[in-house]
Each structure stands twice: as C-alpha cells, then as structure tokens.
Write a new protein. Sequence first.
Lengths: 69, 269
Amino acid sequence: MEIRLNGESRFIDKVTNLSVAGLLEMEQVASPEMVAVQLNGEIVDRGTYQNTMIVDRNEVDFLYFMAGG
Amino acid sequence: MVQLTDTQLDRYSRHIILQEVGPEGQEKLMNARVLVIGAGGLGSPIALYLAAAGVGCIGIVDADVVEISNLQRQVIHFSSDMQRPKVESAAEKMRAINPDIEVNTYKIYLNASNIQEIISGYDFVLDGTDNFATKFLINDACVMAGLPFSHGGILRFDGQTMTVLPGHSSCYRCSFRQPPPPDAVPSCSQAGVLGAIAGMLGTIQAAEALKFITGAGTLLTDTLLTFDAKNMHFRRVSLKKRSDCPLCGENPTLHELEEGDRATCDLSA
C-alpha cells in the first residue's frame, strides 16, 4: 500500500494489518510518548494505537514534542 | 496614535516603506504590548528583534541567571553577564538597541497562580520556555484569557512553531493534549541543540508577533511549521481546532490551570 508519512509518499509492502503502533515501530520511533500521531487530519488517541489501522492512501503525521527553548 | 518624530521616521524607515506596514503599522508596533516568556535561546532573538522593531512595551519573564552553557545560543547575553539575572541582562541590551521602548522585567517562574496576572494587559505572548509544564501552562492561560500567542520549541537540529488565536484557531492542546511523561523526555544535556536553531525559530516567532500587531500577511494559525536543519527541510503540517480538545473543544474538561512538573527538559543545564 501507499501512504503519505510526514508529507512524503511511502510504499509499504509485506505488511498486513498495519496499526499506528506498528508504524511507529517500523519507523523506529524511539519514544512514542514524544510523538502525537495525526491520521487523516485527526489526532489518534494514545490508548488506541494498537487497534487503529492504517490503510492505503492514509495520511500520517508524526508531531514531535519539542520542549527546548 | 503617536506621531512619528523625524528620528523615528529614520529609525523605522525600512518598516515604513513596506506597503503592508507603513507609518500606521509602525504606530501600531509602538503602541503594542508584547510579553516574551523565557530569556533563553528563543527569547534572545525574539526580544532583540521586538526591541529593534520598536514594540512600545515588552515584558520579559525568566527566573534564571546567565550561565556559561547558555552563551552558545542565547545571544542577548554576553560573557560579561555571567551570573546576572537573565531579565536584567536582556533588558539592558534591549534598551541599548532602542531607548524608545519600555521593558518590564519579571524575575520569576511562571505558575498556575501568577501567570494570569502577568499576561493580562499584553496584546501578544511568545513562548520561549524550555519545559513542557510551562508550555502547556502558557497555552492554557492564553486560551482562557483569549490572548493570542506563539508556541515555539527546539531540540537538537529541529524546531517547531505555531501561532494560536484562541477561539479561532487550533491550540497546542488540540494536537499535543498533555505533557509527555517526564521519564520519556530525554535529558537535554544528552539531547543538545545546535545554537543557530534557536535563532532560526525565534526570529520566525518574532516575525509572527510583528505580523499580528501590524496585520500584515497571514499568520501561522492551524499550522505547525517544523524544520529539520540537518537537511534544511521545512514543512507545514495542517492542524485544526478539535471539537474534542480538552481545553478549547465543545466539552472542555480543563477549567482551571494545572500545576505541572517544570523540570522536564532544561536545555540550560
């Protein structure tokens, strides 16, 4: 399938039933707690990462928490 | 309205010549009251540019003193300022750049009990703080007060900013919901930050303040501007005001300011 991840096209093969949690793992996001996930313009509730599925043509944005100033 | 003197016409000539600013816009800047929270990496360029622009009254909040590890990026402070209160060091430079402006200093930590009083009376607030507790506190207090503000954050080679017009555009909580657990936040003495990143992001925030006051252009509302300076890649992520936002949504659950753990990410360490 093809998704847009952080504004860029990504082809994802050999994966069925990709969840938000799975995508975070696939992308090697070290601290998922430091990311808010936006799926098709909506913020995904943290408690639903395991059972929120990503399908073809979805748009996903990782919004990183940045505290420095 | 103030009448621009000949000296002011000269000093601000590059603003006045801009069609979108003009003498009217410059007068708006001279009548404006802007609060800068944090006199560190972001607050330094913000305060310098607002002072140079002739923003009539600038408040600056910071409880810390200047330390040697600050000098790599906090360009309003000089080596000779070490151990001086940051607000005092910053105010001195701002007044030296522009003697016309009024600078109010607040050598305090913001908390749920004092923030409302401090932000009241200002037209625009800029968040240049270094921890999530204060970033959320600023968002919440500004949204509750209906006060426009600029969010900013930096880390390593990255920066992010958005402008919030409470009641009209997405707030920080709409997307980020709540501070991450303190044990997930990397220690910033480990994380680090490239000095110039602070300038890149702080000047964007300062530009948003000047645009808000003069009415020039389009603000960075409902948009998170992020950049990765390693590749010099800039990106705008569209955000929206969420009906389920705990603060500004249809059924808010946050009605009072929360006291958070401030010591989550201290880049000054």
